[in-house]
Design a protein around this ligand. Structure first.
Ligand code: CO8
Length: 263
């Protein structure tokens, strides 16, 4: 599939997906969502890719939400289909076995905040602004924001942000635990690539296991979650990577992980 609204680039095991409609502040239309879906499928199939970064083209926006000019034309049924497609994209992002980092370089509103929330963590530039402004349009968040924001910042804060449609700064997002780190605008991508490379260096089996256990564990009771951890730990113990990691420690050298479960 040729892409019109996104850019994909892979370098040294790090893939970068850039939302590329800067004139519309990278707003998400149906075509763009289809392209993201296709790109995520390809990323999932490519064993060489160890980390995925999402960011927005231009210096103003990550994604300013769903494309309102398209939303305005939808019948309720078309709106439902669009919401389902959005959920499919967010679920694919969350289910990807490799880590996904959102590099939020400007406005991340509505579907843009929801996209960032579906990533494993967020680094933001000092110019970033987050918000779920759907109530201003007589709508509610439709790409998982009501659920993922509540889980991230607690339900009371999520309700306040959704009810008021208020935009928050990178600083406030950091204080709420929505953002892991704030970077200077011109240093954001370098900082995100640095953390991505430090993750890419680790064993693929153990990174995948950690992501799955944290994600699945959030949705079940503590005892079940801890059992998931025990099982995943045992799986890691069976991997060639864990033999290499422990041996390298004892031989006082850097581990060279092959990303293999065994042999
Ligand atoms: N959709 C379409 N076009 C947009 C959007 C958008 N979300 N955001 C900005 N644009 C366009 C503007 O129309 C403008 O285009 P033009 O130059 O042709 O007039 C261009 O981008 C630049 O924008 P502004 O001139 O408005 O730039 P400002 O710096 O003045 O303002 C803001 C920036 C504050 C980001 C402002 O553009 C804004 O408020 N945008 C809308 C934000 C918003 O409400 N987002 C939520 C959308 S709804 C949503 O995401 C729901 C997701 C779930 C859907 C479920 C489906 C059923």
């Amino acid at each position: 599939m040729a892409y019109k609204h996104i850019l994909m680039e892979t370098q040294g095991g790090i893939a970068t997906l850039t939302f590329n409609r800067p004139k519309a502040l990278n707003a998400l239309n149906s075509e763009l969502l289809d392209e993201v879906c296709d790109a995520l499928e390809r990323v999932g199939e490519d064993e060489e890719i160890r980390v995925l970064i999402l960011t927005g083209a231009g210096d103003k926006a990550f994604v300013a939400g769903a494309d309102i000019s398209e939303l305005a034309t939808f019948t309720p049924l078309q709106g439902k289909r669009f919401a389902c497609r959005g959920h499919e994209v967010m679920n694919r992002l969350q289910a990807l076995s490799i880590p996904v980092i959102a590099a939020v370089n400007g406005f991340a509103l509505g579907g843009g905040s929801e996209m960032a929330l579906a990533c494993d963590f967020i680094y933001a530039s000092e110019k970033a602004k987050f918000g779920l402004p759907e109530e201003n349009l007589g709508l509610i968040p439709g790409f998982g924001g009501t659920q993922r924001l509540s889980r991230q910042v607690g339900k009371s804060m999520a309700k306040e942000l959704i009810f008021t449609a208020r935009m928050i700064s990178a600083e406030e997002a950091l204080n709420l635990g929505l953002v892991n780190r704030i970077c200077r605008q011109d240093e954001l991508m370098d900082e995100v690539r640095k953390v991505a490379l430090s993750i890419a260096d680790k064993g693929r089996v153990a990174i995948r296991a950690a992501k799955q256990v944290v994600n699945r564990g959030m949705d079940v009771d503590l005892a079940t979650a801890c059992q998931l951890e025990i099982d995943a730990f045992a799986l890691c113990m069976a991997s060639e990577d864990s033999r290499e990691g422990t041996l390298a420690f004892m031989e006082k050298r850097k581990a060279s992980f092959k990303g293999k479960l065994n042999g």
